[in-house]
Design a protein around this ligand. Structure first.
Ligand code: FES
Length: 182
């Protein structure tokens, strides 16, 4: 009897040989459900293998790939008006690519980018919020800073921002929203 295993499917297909088929009144195939033969290997954005049933939970905690660790967390507004100001571009994706080039997507000075809905500060669009992880090595003076007009930033400006943040420099060259303005 020939046994075929369908790759990446939790199924056995058992094919009945010709002689047996001949005896049977009609051709048939038997499907047998099996728990799992070959699991899909899912990888999270840090490159770690993910626990089955999860989207990003790593199977093995690797300090060089800390999915939850960051020094600085930047929330990029993807609300309707900010998105429109950026001509619908995927700003967060682009920023993650820049961070990879700077090697700031991992390690002790990791900068994490997250997408956000509308902050209710649309008149300052595009808007981003910077959160420093003061439970770790975050730099308090740069905590809870609201940047405005980020849709005008080019790659050079983003690199300047990321370097300033990772080197704990104040962000005097960046337009900020005063909290009282919101
Ligand atoms: S759409 Fe960005 S703050 Fe409202």
């Amino acid at each position: 009897m020939q046994l075929n295993i369908a790759k990446n499917r939790a199924l056995y297909w058992v094919k009945v040989p010709y002689q047996v088929k001949k005896l049977a009144s009609k051709r048939f195939e038997v499907k047998i459900l099996k728990e799992k033969i070959i699991a899909d290997v899912k990888i999270n954005i840090m490159g770690s293998e993910v626990v089955d049933g999860f989207i990003c939970k790593p199977k093995k905690l690797d300090p060089n790939k800390p999915i939850m660790y960051f020094k600085t967390h930047i929330f990029i507004c993807e609300g309707e008006r900010c998105k429109k100001a950026s001509n619908g571009k995927d700003v967060s994706y682009k920023l993650r690519e820049i961070l990879k080039k700077l090697n700031l997507n991992i390690g002790i000075n990791r900068i994490k980018i997250s997408r956000s809905g509308c902050f209710g500060a649309c008149r300052f669009r595009g808007v981003a919020n910077i959160y420093e992880n003061t439970n770790a090595n975050g730099y308090l003076p740069n905590n809870n800073i609201w940047l405005k007009n980020i849709h005008n930033f080019n790659e050079k400006k983003w690199i300047e921002l990321f370097k300033n943040l990772s080197e704990n420099q104040n962000l005097n060259n960046f337009q900020q929203i005063e909290i009282t303005q919101i």
